[in-house]
Design a protein. Structure first.
Length: 980
């Protein structure tokens, strides 16, 4: 590598060595030097050989080198090797000699020697290149890298760069190789062909900033996939999420189905808190489609889809959660899946799913199970589940409210009342508990106690602002505008504060009661910006002029629902060119559960078909009560086309486009009204009816919304019985906007309002402030097929010649089943072979059973349960009894008389129109047990049953024939169409 240096000494120093003491058998270096200088080379060589063989030293090797050819290369190499183990620092001259000595004989030693020369700083660049190659060949690539890095000569740059890359690749240790690539990047730059391995080693070593330095300046659009992933992942690791997203987006344009890239976008969005934005949603959705989504991501996607009410895709997402191997499932996943199943119309599956996962220790699962059982009308099951939750937390007022609701549905009003009082003891200002208490007492007919409960609320309203807010909330829930006015006038002087006034305004605005907020400005002052924003938000969604909603809200009775309906009416919505099928009608009803209105909807459909009209019956849910007591078989026997609102076959692009187009409007509706409106839009676009006929108050509003959005125009609304305010304290509370909405519809040329009785007609006319002429009366129809009736006495195993008082009704408070039982018992208890039977089911069954047992009427008063063929059971009755507190035009009375059986009924609603008092039945003047007993006894003892039977049949045939009802309905349709 360099010329051999002459190491022989001379002069005084060398000669001084001759006088130095000599170790026995081994000559000193001084002595050897003297011999060498005096020409005794052979002797000196022998003595030096002996010395080096015994104990080689740095000085001994230097002298051997200077003595030239006196020693063989083999000897020299042996001495150098022995010296290596002594950690001796060789001089630069010796290192140079050693390098040349070992270059061919042992390249590894030569290479390490060259590295020592490099560390001494005496190698030129050419020598460094040569030495680096040797180091690489000898398995020391890390040393080669260090040597190459120091090369300065530009002539060697390319070769040095290539050699450095080769050396880096040869390094085994990840950390060391990462170091090597960093040196290469800093000194020469990494060639394109080596970028992937360099970046990979840096990434594996955790050098994420170095990966970024290596790749960031390159155009991300041109980076191959693997490099792009390394760069994006490095940005993610160092929390530079925006940069990670930018690189990922660029890659996604070229690789739209790349799961790794999608995952990076999802994770970055999550870290930024943007998991709900559109980009994250699209990435999650695409991952789901590819079947490669991570379970945790699938869970997050499922939650977003639930918020968007995309139940079909949410179902796929939650299934992906449970199919993830090794992913830990917990109660949040189980509960979310149950909700998705419920909203997908798979309630029984959701119930079974929760039951199978309910190990008794998860309050969340038990809560969810209670909610589903409640929805399925399994009130006993819901009650049991809620009781289990309360075992863990007796003070959970939310669950206690649910207990109250279950008890109310079961007709266990006394227990519901007590439960609500328990809640009030825990939380005296719990509005929901007071709501239940007042409703329960009202249902039980305890007017004095209802008033007392309200007085307690009033007392609290004097005490503090919280009590005042409670009273306001109760008034809003029951739509007690007059009481609310009095409370505000009398209490605000005591609790006047800007905060309280603002909160009351906000309560009204949140409930969509713009009318009340405007009306009570005189007491409350101006609304807060936050409250005003509620109305402004609706104006924006409707495209209305700023402040237009609140300007005359009090005079216009403006509520969210009525404002939306008015907007649709005025703007003439209906962006499609609607083409209807002539002489076709879509009849809409909430369910096919056994009830008078539902029976009439079915009979109307069948009768219209006989009149040449095509009829479709659309129902929210066939069995909305989950009781199994429906008229579905009746509809099937009449060959009617019945479609549930959520039938997947109703899906269409046209409907989806309309719903999307009006999404801002629909989103402001209450959830039940929005869902029904969207379902009816789908049903209209699918069936293309000429007439839309909505039955009962609850169905008219969503039908109107859908009608104006689609542009189908012709709408009929059938209301039954009396107006909501006259039915009960509770009836109209859920839809306070109904009066204003119906009033607006009555001013529309394309709408007609029908009632089934004159009493109902008068009631609704008063309520709406319109002329009776604007409401047409079409009385119920009854279908008597003339077939043989059911021999109920044989089924009940009672004597064929016994007397039988019958009742066909649901066991619910408004039918007053306890009054029925007490009155029937008073009549039959002292009569020989006299019995009474109730056909029907309901939430008050246990109370009725208890009453029968309590009065000793077991075996004499029989609860027979629901029968779909109830209309054929009248033949076994001697008289039919009805004790309702409210009615429309009761089908029970009409059907009974149609079979020739007289009736006794309380005088409510349109009952007086459904019988001929004194001829086909008795209209009760009083509702006490004695009066009812007397009426029953009179018919059983004094009336000629043959004459009475004929009178009953004749009366019904003339007034309530099915053909007459169908004909009148058809004429109402034709009248509406001719006026359009």
């Amino acid at each position: 590598m360099t010329d051999v240096i002459d190491l022989r000494g001379s002069g005084i120093v060398a000669r001084a060595g001759l006088e130095a003491p000599v170790q026995k058998g081994v000559a000193s270096l001084e002595r050897l030097s003297e011999l060498f200088e005096t020409g005794h080379d052979g002797l000196a060589a022998d003595m030096l050989r002996k010395r080096n063989n015994s104990n080689p030293t740095n000085e001994g090797l230097e002298m051997a080198v200077n003595m030239g050819d006196n020693f063989t290369e083999s000897e020299m190499r042996r001495w150098f090797r022995e010296l290596e183990g002594q950690d001796v620092n060789l001089s630069e001259a010796l290192l140079d000699f050693k390098f040349n000595l070992f270059s061919e004989a042992d390249p590894a030693v030569a290479a390490n020697t060259a590295f020592q020369l490099y560390e001494s700083g005496i190698l030129d660049d050419a020598s460094k290149m040569e030495a680096s190659e040797m180091l690489l060949e000898c398995g020391s690539p890390d040393k080669a890298i260090l040597m190459i890095e120091s090369i300065e000569n530009i002539e060697f740059r390319i070769a040095a760069s290539q050699l450095a890359a080769t050396s880096a690749k040869a390094i085994k240790n990840i950390e060391s190789q990462a170091d090597a690539w960093r040196l290469i990047a800093d000194r020469f730059g990494v060639q394109d062909a080596d970028l992937l391995i360099a970046a990979s080693r840096m990434y594996s070593a955790g050098r994420h900033t170095e990966v970024i330095d290596l790749l960031a300046e390159r155009d991300s659009d041109e980076l191959e996939r693997s490099l792009g992933l390394l760069l994006a992942r490095s940005y993610f690791t160092v929390e530079e999420y925006d940069n990670c997203l930018n690189v990922s987006r660029s890659m996604l344009e070229r690789h739209p189905d790349d799961q790794d890239v999608l995952r990076l976008i999802i994770r970055s969005k999550r870290r930024q808190g943007d998991v709900g934005d559109e980009e994250a949603f699209q990435a999650l959705s695409r991952s789901l489609e590819l079947g490669t989504i991570h379970p945790e991501d699938a869970y997050r996607l499922a939650r977003t889809l639930v918020e968007n009410e995309d139940w079909e895709t949410a179902s796929k997402a939650i299934d992906a959660v449970f199919s993830g191997n090794g992913y830990e499932i917990n109660e949040r996943h189980i509960v979310l899946k149950s909700r998705i199943l419920v909203e997908s119309g798979r309630e029984k599956e959701a119930r079974d799913w929760l039951i199978s996962n309910d190990e008794g220790d998860s309050v969340s699962i038990t809560r969810a199970l209670a909610s589903i059982l409640h929805r399925m009308r399994d009130d006993e099951g819901a009650l049991e589940a809620r009781r289990r939750v309360l075992e863990n937390d007796p003070h959970d007022t939310g669950i206690r409210r649910g207990v109250c609701t279950s008890l109310l549905r079961l007709g266990r009003l006394e227990e519901a009342m007590l439960e609500s009082k328990e809640i009030i003891q825990i939380l005296p200002t719990d509005a929901s508990a007071w709501d239940v208490l007042i409703e329960t007492l009202a249902r039980m007919g305890r007017e004095q106690e209802t008033d007392s409960a309200w007085e307690e609320v009033l007392d609290m309203s004097w005490d503090n602002p919280e009590g005042l807010l409670l009273a306001v909330e109760i008034c809003l829930r029951f739509d007690w505008a007059n009481r609310l006015d009095w409370i505000l006038r009398s209490r605000l002087n005591i609790h006047r504060s800007r905060e309280t006034n603002a909160e009351i305004h906000h309560m009204m605005m949140q409930k969509g009661r713009f009318d009340l907020s405007k009306m009570f400005e005189k007491y409350l002052g101006p609304r807060s910006t936050e409250s005003s924003r509620i109305a402004r938000s609706l104006e924006i969604d409707l495209g209305a002029t700023p402040h237009s909603i609140m300007e005359h809200a009090d005079r216009n009775l403006s509520q969210t629902e009525s404002v939306i309906l008015e907007h649709l009416i005025r703007s003439g919505e209906g962006t499609t060119s609607y083409e209807a099928e002539e002489e076709s009608v879509l009849i809409l009803t909430s369910s096919l559960n056994a009830g008078g209105a539902e029976r009439q909807a079915i009979l109307t459909g069948a009768g219209l078909r006989n009149q040449g009209w095509k009829s479709t019956i659309g129902v929210d849910r066939i069995d909305a009560q989950h009781s199994g007591e429906t008229l579905q078989s009746m509809a099937e026997s009449l060959d009617l086309n019945v479609i549930e609102f959520r039938d997947v076959n109703l899906e269409s692009e046209e409907a989806d486009e309309l719903i999307q187009l009006h999404a801002n409007i629909l989103s402001n509706l209450r959830p039940i009204e929005r869902e029904r409106s969207e379902c009816i839009i789908r049903m209209i676009t699918k069936t293309r009816p000429r007439i839309i006929h909505a039955w009962q108050d609850a169905m008219i509003y969503p039908a109107a919304i859908a009608n104006f959005i689609v542009g189908s125009n012709a709408l009929i609304g059938s209301v039954r019985s009396l107006n909501p305010d006259e039915k009960s304290l509770l009836y109209g509370r859920k839809r306070p906007y109904l009066r204003k909405s119906l009033r607006m519809l009555c001013d529309v040329d394309d709408f007609r309002l029908l009632n089934n009785s004159q009493a109902g007609r008068e009631s609704y006319a008063r309520w709406l402030g319109i002329s009776e002429d604007e409401i047409s009366v079409i009385r119920n129809g009854v279908m008597d097929d003339g077939g043989r009736g059911v021999d109920l006495k044989h089924i009940l195993d009672i004597p064929v010649d016994s007397e039988l008082i019958g009742g066909v009704f649901r066991l619910v408070p408004e039918k007053r089943p306890l009054l029925w039982v007490d009155s029937a018992w008073e009549c039959i208890k002292n009569r020989k072979d006299a019995f009474a039977v109730i056909i029907g089911e309901g939430r008050m069954r246990k109370e009725v059973e208890s009453r029968i047992h309590e009065i000793g009427a077991n075996g004499k008063i029989i609860l027979h349960g629901f029968r779909e063929d109830a209309s054929k059971c009248y033949d076994s009755f001697d008289v039919t009894l009805l004790t309702s507190s409210t009615e429309g035009l009761p089908n029970v009375l009409i059907e009974s008389q149609a079979r020739g059986v007289p009736v006794v009924s309380t005088n409510v609603g349109g009952v007086n129109e459904s019988l001929s008092d004194g001829s086909t039945g008795i209209l009760l003047k009083d509702e006490d047990i004695g009066t009812i007993k007397s009426a029953l006894t009179l018919i059983l003892d004094d009336w000629d049953m043959n004459d009475t039977s004929g009178a009953c049949r004749s009366f019904i045939e003339q007034k309530f024939g099915m053909e007459r009802m169908a004909r009148d309905t058809k004429e109402a349709y034709e009248s509406l169409l001719s006026s359009m």
